[in-house]
Design a protein around this ligand. Structure first.
Ligand SMILES: [Zn+2]
Length: 139
């Protein structure tokens, strides 16, 4: 089955959306949105990490657009997605770090080796050591 594409232009940057509102807008099930929040990095758009979950329109739109750009490329273990020069990229040596988080979600960052943009890789805290090994980071 083809994965469905969703139109990021439906999302208004100045509005905030609940899970139900976003699901209705994109014509998907609420559980799809919850899955995106849990596993696919949409959590970056959350206004607050506690229920009721509301998402910033602008961040949601950006996330959705990037997610769709990313289709068709696969990151190796030591790569992150770069949406500036569009592709999986290694990061500059020494640039790897993990942002502080008080949830089970973590965001690893590093600078694109090609264009220098800060790249994000979303993961769960349990994978922290694995990520550090994969990116050969000294943190
Ligand atoms: Zn780049």
């Amino acid at each position: 089955m083809m994965k469905r594409r969703h139109d990021p232009r439906k999302i208004k940057g100045k509005l905030c959306y609940s899970v139900a509102q976003l699901a209705a807008l994109l014509n998907v099930h609420k559980n799809t949105i919850r899955g995106w929040l849990r596993n696919d990095g949409l959590a970056v758009a959350l206004i607050d990490q506690t229920p009721p979950f509301m998402m910033h329109g602008k961040a949601t739109k950006k996330w959705l657009k990037e997610r769709q750009d990313k289709r068709g490329w696969t990151c190796a273990e030591n790569e992150m997605s770069c949406f500036s020069c569009k592709g999986p990229r290694q990061i500059k040596p020494g640039s790897f770090h993990i942002l502080p988080s008080n949830t089970q979600k973590i965001i690893a960052q590093g600078d694109c080796i090609k264009c220098g943009r800060t790249l994000n890789r979303f993961d769960v805290a349990a994978n922290k050591d694995k990520l550090i090994r994969q990116f050969k980071a000294n943190v």
